[in-house]
Every structure is written in C-alpha cells, then in structure tokens.
Design a protein around this ligand. Structure first.
Ligand code: UD1
Ligand code: UDP
Length: 380
C-alpha cells in the first residue's frame, strides 16, 4: 500500500531470447499479468528471431522491448557482449524491482550479469540443472553455474536440482522447488484444439505408419556428430519403409547442412521448418518415438508417454531417465540405428519406455513463481 492506501505495484522484468526460454517464460508472464501486485516488463534480446517470434505469437505476448540481436553466425562472445551492454541500458531506463531469467542460454547468463551489476535481484527460473561436465552441454552448463552464483532466488524444478544448488553452496532459504513451467505451457498447448497447418502433418491422422520425431541443435553435436545422426536417419528410413521420420529442422544453417543432404531424397522423411509450439505439442502426441538432443523435449515427451532417445552422452535432466521413459544413446550412427530399431521391433521394450511420467511439474509452477516474487518484493 502507498501512503494514500492504493496498492503499489512492483515491476518485474522478464528477459529472454530463444525459443525454449520463451516457452517456459510464457506461463510466468501470463501469471504476472493476472497478478494485482506485480507488473511485467517483457524484454526480448531476440538471440533467436523467427523461432522466438513463433512462440510469442502462439501465447499472444507482445514484448515491451525487442533488442533484435540475432545475427547469422553469431559467436558466444558477440551474443554475451551485446546482451550485457544492451540489457544494461534497458535496466537503466526501466529500473525494475527484480529480473527473471529462465534456463541456461547466453541471453540468460548475460542478462543475469547485467542485472547483478546493477544490484537488481535476479530470480533464476529452472535453476540447479547440472550435467556435471562443464563442457557438455556447452556453454549451457557454465551459464547455469554462473547464474547460480549471482541469483538472489533460485526456482528449482525438482529436488535433484535443489540438491545440486545446495552442493554449489547456494543458501537453502534462497531455493524453492516449484516444478518446471514447461509443463504449464505443455498442458495449455495440448488441451488447445489445433489443426496442423502443413498438409504433410494433417495427413498423419489417416497414416498407419509409425512416426519417429527428430530434433537436433546442440552446439557440441555440430559437425561430425550431426553428420552421424543424418547417416542413422538415412539408414533407418531405408530399412523401415513403414516408418515415417519427421524432422522439424532447427533454423541454425549448420544443423541443416549436416543432415538435410542425407535425407532429402527419401520418401518417408518429412523435413519441415520449426513447428509452432501449439502444433508441436500435438506432433509429439502423434509420434511413437522421439529422437532428440533438446532439453525441453526431454521434459515434455515423458509427460505425454513417448519414449525419448537422447542424442547426448550426458544430461542435466536425470529424472525421466530414472523413471525409464528417457534413454541416453549418444550420437554414434550404429547405436542410434540399433536403439531405434529395438523400439520398433520389440513391443516389450517399447512398452517399458512408453510410460507417462511427470517428474518435471504439475502445471502450476508459474503461479508458484509469482507467489515467490511477491514474497521477495514484500507484497505478501
Ligand atoms: C541457442 C542456445 C541453446 C538453446 C538453443 C535452443 C546459446 C549459446 N545457445 O542455441 O542453449 O538450447 O538456442 O534452440 O545460448 N537461427 C535463425 N533463426 C532463429 C534461430 C536461430 O536463423 O530463429 C540461426 C542463426 O543463424 C543463428 C544460429 O541459428 O546465428 C544459431 O543460433 P544461436 O542462438 O546462436 O544458437 P542455438 O544453437 O540456436
Ligand atoms: N519445439 C517447437 N517446435 C519445434 C521443435 C521444438 O515448438 O519444431 C519446442 C519444444 O516443444 C520444446 C522447445 O521447443 O519446448 C525446445 O527447444 P530447443 O530444442 O530449441 O531448445 P532446448 O530445450 O534444447 O534448449
């Protein structure tokens, strides 16, 4: 309350730059908009351009500030430098009471440093994920650790991430286990009726073939690993004519250059542009197996009961592996072929992995994050 008895509002700046951050931040922005004590200021770095806009459109979010930073071939340091200097200007202009960042991208690390240097409390959503290897995922593991050192509030998705933060010396009272807002976003998207925009995807309804949904983009997989993944897809498509492979290609030209030439002449492979989030959640549902190096998809597909084979050597998301729905398989061509074949040929092996599990949240994480922000800012 101010001196006249009116409710005073705290200004919370949410800053994000890439597709996964946008998806996981959207439920928080919606909850902030609905809260009577907090006013969101939405700032996008646009480290991603088209893939970010696609998400903002689905959720009906119009940023207050768009730094329009993406450049083709951007380096980690060019992104980090621009994020720190541009976010510094935005912080000076808007003087928010708190900053929220989500996840582990270079936008997140740069924005957290800029806010810390201006003594604005940083709230880190999806805090405490650790692979244990500073070089993998690169540079995300380092980004998470840096943000954990300077954040004021750590919103951990699970008790595993809480333990990781405690092991890094984060004070217990600054950690809150709230689940992952990706499940809030996913539940919203899955419940929303959707008609696929592409005829190839519309045709899935009357197609009996089994569907392998593939996404890849990790920096440490660029080059040889990505080529190996492409080889495996070619082999699988050739050996299983009754398999339909769907590859929504990440916008990174380096990803496309390694995979596209190996699969573009195959009838049972559909290469498409990134699918908008509302449709993508339904596409996971329409698939039988998911093959991915994505972080977010490792969290979403298990909750839809889809087996996930992860194209990485390690993960910071062990919960669904422990539950049996996710398996780490790396990027060797032969291993990818044998692991996908096993799920296609062995019904028992498939059934053992196709369990709907929800270790990452109950769909109410955004509301919890807003309650904690109100506590931090003295509103409750
Ligand atoms: C980034 C994040 C990664 C996150 C991923 C989600 C870093 C270092 N990496 O990786 O943690 O998992 O996003 O997808 O923060 N591009 C476009 N349009 C887009 C998006 C990307 O053309 O909408 C192209 C551009 O040429 C850009 C390139 O992809 O330079 C790479 O984008 P960048 O954000 O640097 O890295 P990602 O691999 O996308
Ligand atoms: N996604 C999407 N359309 C696609 C592919 C992925 O909306 O064509 C969503 C997916 O559901 C997940 C997020 O994008 O929520 C994952 O993004 P990405 O794999 O780029 O990043 P990561 O999660 O690995 O950081």
């Amino acid at each position: 309350m101010d001196e006249y008895g009116a409710e005073s509002e705290s200004r919370v700046m949410v800053i994000y730059g890439t597709r996964p951050e946008a998806i996981k931040m959207a439920p928080v922005i919606k909850s902030l908009e609905a809260d009577s004590y907090l006013t969101p200021i939405v700032v996008v770095t646009a480290q991603h351009r088209e893939m970010l806009d696609q998400v903002n459109q689905v959720f009906g979010i119009v940023p207050d500030v768009d730094l329009n930073m993406m450049a083709h071939g951007q380096s980690l340091n060019s992104i980090a430098g621009s994020v720190i200097s541009k976010i510094d200007e935005v912080l000076a202009e808007f003087e928010p009471d708190a900053v929220v960042v989500q996840g582990d991208t270079t936008t997140v690390m740069g924005a957290a440093i800029a806010a810390f240097n201006r003594e604005v409390p940083v709230v880190h959503l999806e805090a405490g994920l650790r692979s244990g290897d500073i070089n993998s995922p690169f540079p995300e593991e380092a980004n998470r650790k840096i943000v954990s050192q300077i954040a004021r509030v750590h919103l951990a998705p699970t008790t595993v991430s809480r333990s990781n933060l405690l092991a890094d010396g984060v004070p217990e009272e600054n950690i809150h286990v709230i689940g992952n807002t990706v499940i809030d976003a996913l539940q919203w998207a899955v419940e929303r009726p959707v008609k696929f925009s592409l005829p190839e995807l519309q045709a899935l309804e009357s197609d009996d073939r089994r569907v392998l949904l593939v996404t890849t983009h990790r920096r440490e997989n660029l080059g040889e690993n990505m080529v190996n993944i492409g080889k495996a897809l070619r082999n699988l498509a050739t050996h299983y004519p009754d398999l339909l492979i769907i590859w929504p290609a990440h916008k990174n030209p380096k990803v496309r250059a390694s995979i596209a030439p190996q699969i573009q002449d195959l009838d049972n492979v559909i290469s498409i542009e990134p699918v908008e989030y509302g449709e993508f959640s339904h596409l996971i549902n329409a698939s039988d197996i998911v093959l991915t190096d994505s972080g977010g998809i490792q969290e979403e597909a298990p909750s839809l009961g889809k087996p996930v084979l992860v194209l990485r050597e390690n993960t910071e998301r062990p919960e669904a592996i422990d539950a049996g729905t996710v398996k780490l398989i790396g990027t060797a061509t032969e291993t990818i072929i044998s692991e996908v074949s096993r799920l296609l040929d062995d019904k028992t092996a498939y059934r053992e992995m196709a369990n709907a599990v929800n270790p990452y949240g109950d769909g109410h994480s955004a509301g919890r994050s807003v309650d904690i922000l109100n506590e931090l800012l003295g509103n409750r």
